[in-house]
Design a protein around this ligand. Structure first.
Ligand SMILES: [Zn+2]
Length: 113
């Protein structure tokens, strides 16, 4: 991959990483473990237990998605370090740069996605 594009995407991924981590912290979740200490703003303010449970489930699903995104970002960044960024995990061919630009966390070419 062209080094200029890669360094641009690296900055993008690092920014994404920081914002996902912030997001997880704002939910009271540890980014790198399955643990959620407290759900910010939920465990405190709700008199209605059923409503609190529903809100909690919704937030836990956000937390889960954010953790998945973090894993994908970290994976892309470690591929950059290993020099395998932008290479399809299935066929080993370079993924077109336009695709990497549109979806910097892609690990497969269009054919194998
Ligand atoms: Zn492929």
């Amino acid at each position: 991959m062209n080094p200029e594009l890669q360094s641009r995407l690296r900055k993008e991924l690092e920014g994404e990483r920081a914002s996902v981590i912030d997001e997880l912290h704002s939910y009271g979740a540890d980014p790198y473990s399955g643990k959620v200490d407290r759900i910010a703003g939920i465990d405190e303010g709700f008199a209605d237990a059923a409503q609190a449970t529903a809100e909690r489930a919704e937030i836990l699903s956000f937390v889960e998605k954010a953790r998945e995104r973090l894993v994908a970002v970290d994976n892309a960044l470690s591929k950059m370090d290993a020099g395998t960024y932008g290479v399809c995990e299935v066929c080993g061919r370079p993924i077109p740069e336009a695709r990497m630009e549109a979806r910097p966390m892609s690990t497969r070419c269009v054919e194998h996605a």
